[in-house]
Design a protein around this ligand. Structure first.
Ligand code: GLN
Ligand code: ZN
Length: 745
């Protein structure tokens, strides 16, 4: 029964460091302020700290998880995909962020971006680096497991090959993996941690047999723990047959895992690494529920159980400790990475108790002491409870709205616009920091912002754009800006999470009922509109994106949280309309990314996501609603984009090289679309000809009268010297096309 000691295991602890040392060291190196030796020493210290933190709380943990930029890149180097010396830092960072850097994309449905290795049937894989070979001084070999990304996840998340090449590529990487494992095995490590989160994706049958074959080989070289997370694995019986030592399952976000164990059992000769504490959200674990879960597992299998986190802890900030300004009621209810380790320690103790009777009273110490009535608003709850189907619909269908809007807006054929932000110069950032730190007054700050808006409007007029924006100079982050203006959402001071490379963000925490305190954007937008005869787009961040990029309360269904936010945004829409704003853009860059990993779960998700958007966007029929999306592959989700019922969508299309455009060949999208005619992530100024040719190609598929001309995303990371000529060229391209297609305007 429960007499055995239950081991604890944790992985994926944030590499950022409590003081963001990781960021400071690496960026310092890039700027030439930190020498190579200082960098390597600093990183080694960080790694040692991390290992010490693990060792303080859990029995076993991985080693070799540190990376100077990204694990997928490191894995590609271990497999010899790129011919550089991995210890040559400049060559390494060149691949990570140089002119010919690897492209970047979202890691599963998280907000972390990985570097996408390019592999083909012609790639010669060979052992290029033995990265996780631990510094012996740092660790005790019996408690640390070398960390690797497994072959399936590596291949599945790389690009450059045809879908049918996966089995071939898995065979091709087997040899370097074998060699690597042999070397790691010789270090005396009891197991190797093999990350295989791609096992939770929808899986074609050919992949299954290829996985089987590769692990039949690899399992002979070392004791493997195959770690999966973010969702459930739908082919457990196949894994049971493999010569592996254990399987890690996410029991927090992979609800079906438990069902599968109920159905298929779990082999007694393998370790079940039970992911029971949440690696993706911040609410304190429910110990009683976890203990019950473990009992349940123990009644189904004789296997050795390890207690672990459900997914890598890197999606959480480092620790709650320094958050002095946080509402104490909230602080005692949340756990970041370090607190998750502590939870594992406590759970391990509770579960290893020699008696069969649980001393539940010892859990009392973890009961929160502050009340939380002030988190809730009956009024907000009622507004959501009272929503009817018609509250999610606009008064007229798109075709009729389109007529009204054309009449009202009088735009030329191929209208030109931008996505919202203009360059955030060091000056803008300095002023914002000065304002936040109380160094300049609100009046001074607002005057500065107005000045920026004035110049931005003037510039757009000069360039000849048709639909203008105010430039978003008052915003740091598109989610933070709105979240700060809403009740029920909290901010941390140190709660940073890596989103890619050394880039960090601080996710807000949605803890209570959400409502708008006062108008959020009205001042800036109406000021911008007062300066021009041309329409200025109101600019809001949509409810799905706010939810996707925050830690969200779990005591009510997520759609209710999204609807509360949507209602707050709807009030803003009403205010903007009343102030004479004719177009409103509601950005939803996370609409696609927030979708569950398995297609079978898509419909229910997109249903509420689209509803939340429509609720926010329930403008008058004559108000033109735009939305914008980026960072994802959209071809497969076009029908769900239709569900949003926006009048115009602008979408990132230049980097996906026409994939988005060709998707429109197969799907009849009846609304207006601006598929991005130049890549804002590149400093290259596009020529008039290149823009024209992109448009020419696109309008073979998308009807001309529905076509908008715009960059593929916001311009905030670009410099004015790049933006101004690029927009001139874009407007010139539009003029040339109008002349060619004999249009008015
Ligand atoms: N309106 C935002 C901007 O232009 C959109 C950002 C985004 O798509 N992520 O910056
Ligand atoms: Zn974008």
């Amino acid at each position: 029964m429960l007499t055995d000691y239950i081991q604890t295991y944790a992985y994926g602890y944030p590499r950022l460091g409590e003081q963001r040392e990781f960021k400071r060291l690496i960026e310092g190196y890039w700027q030439g302020k930190v020498s190579e030796q200082e960098l390597l020493q600093g990183i080694a210290t960080l790694e040692a700290d991390r290992i010490a933190t693990y060792a303080q709380f859990v029995d076993t943990h991985p080693v070799g998880e540190m990376t100077l930029y990204d694990h997928m890149l490191d894995t590609a180097l271990m497999l010899g995909v790129y011919e550089i010396d991995p210890n040559d830092l400049n060559a390494y960072f060149e691949l990570a962020r140089g002119a010919n850097a690897l492209p970047m994309t979202k890691w599963f449905n998280t907000n972390y971006h990985y570097l996408v290795p390019h592999i083909t049937r012609a790639t010669r894989f060979q052992l290029g680096w033995v990265k996780p070979l631990p510094e012996r001084a740092l660790y005790s070999p019996r408690q640390t497991l070398p960390y690797l990304i497994g072959p399936y996840t590596f291949v599945r998340l790389s690009k450059g090959y045809a879908p049918e090449d996966v089995p071939y590529l898995l065979q091709a990487v087997a040899e370097p993996y074998q060699e690597l494992l042999r070397i790691l095995n010789e270090t005396g490590a009891p197991y190797v941690h093999m990350d295989e989160p791609a096992f939770v994706l929808d899986m074609p049958a050919e992949h299954l047999s290829a996985i089987q074959q590769v692990y039949l080989l690899l399992g002979q070289e070392a004791n493997l723990l195959l770690m999966t997370y973010y969702d459930s694995v739908d082919f457990l019986p196949l894994l049971y047959e493999l010569p592996i030592a254990g399987i890690g399952l996410d029991l927090v976000h992979g609800k079906r895992n438990l069902q599968h164990i109920g159905q298929f059992g779990f082999p007694s000769d393998k370790i079940l690494v039970a992911g029971v504490v949440d690696g993706r959200n911040v609410w304190r674990s429910d110990f009683a529920a976890i203990i019950e879960l473990i009992r349940n597992l123990q009644s189904r299998t004789e296997a050795t159980l390890w207690l672990s986190n459900g997914s890598p802890l890197m999606h959480l900030p480092v620790t709650v400790e320094p958050e002095e300004k946080l509402d104490p009621a909230l602080k005692e209810r949340i756990a970041f990475a370090k607190e998750r380790l502590e939870e594992l320690l406590i759970l391990g103790k509770l579960l290893s108790d020699q008696s069969d009777e649980w001393d539940m009273s010892s859990l009392d110490d973890f009961q929160p002491t502050h009340r939380i009535d002030h988190w809730y608003s009956a009024e907000v709850q009622q507004c959501v409870a009272r929503l009817h189907p018609e509250d999610f619909e606009r008064a007229l269908p798109y075709s009729e709205r389109d007529c009204l809007q054309r009449e009202r807006l009088q735009l030329p054929l191929f209208p030109t616009t931008t996505i919202g932000s203009f360059p955030q110069t060091p000056e803008v950032r300095q002023m914002r920091t000065a304002y936040r730190n109380g160094k300049i007054s609100q009046a001074e700050y607002e005057a500065f912002i107005q000045d920026q808006i004035r110049r931005c409007i003037q510039l757009q007029e000069e360039i000849g754009l048709d639909v203008l924006v105010h430039g978003e100079f008052e915003r740091t982050d598109m989610v933070e800006f709105f979240a700060e203006k809403m009740e029920g959402i909290a901010f941390t001071q140190q709660g940073w999470v890596l989103s890619y490379g050394t880039r960090v963000y601080r996710p807000p925490i949605i803890y209570g009922d959400v409502r708008r305190r006062e108008p959020m954007t009205l001042k800036e937008i109406t000021f911008a509109q007062s300066l021009t005869q041309k329409p200025v787009k109101g600019m809001l961040t949509g409810p799905v994106t706010i939810v996707a990029w925050s830690f969200v309360r779990e005591d009510i269904p997520i759609e209710q949280v999204a609807f509360q936010i949507a209602l707050a945004l709807q009030e803003e829409v009403r205010d903007l309309e009343a102030a004479g704003i004719k177009m409103i853009q509601i950005d939803e860059p996370a609409y696609r990314e927030k979708a569950p990993l398995k297609r079978a779960d898509w419909e229910p998700y997109f249903r509420w996501a689209a509803q939340a958007f429509r609720l926010a966007a329930r403008a008058k029929p004559e108000t033109q609603v735009h939305t914008h999306m980026c960072y994802s592959e959209f071809s497969e989700v076009l029908p769900f984009i239709d569900w949003m019922d926006a009048d115009v969508i602008t979408i990132e299309a230049t980097r996906s090289k026409g994939e988005v455009i060709s998707a429109f060949e197969h799907y009849n999208y009846a609304r207006q679309i601006g598929p991005g005619v130049f890549d804002v992530h590149s400093p290259v100024v596009p020529s008039v000809e290149s823009i024209e040719s992109i448009i020419e190609r696109a309008i073979r598929v998308i009807p001309r009268e529905r076509f908008w001309i715009n960059p593929d995303c916001g311009l905030k990371t670009r410099r004015w010297e790049e933006v101004i000529p690029a927009l001139h060229h874009m407007v010139q391209a539009a003029r040339n096309l109008r002349a060619r297609y004999g249009a008015t305007g």
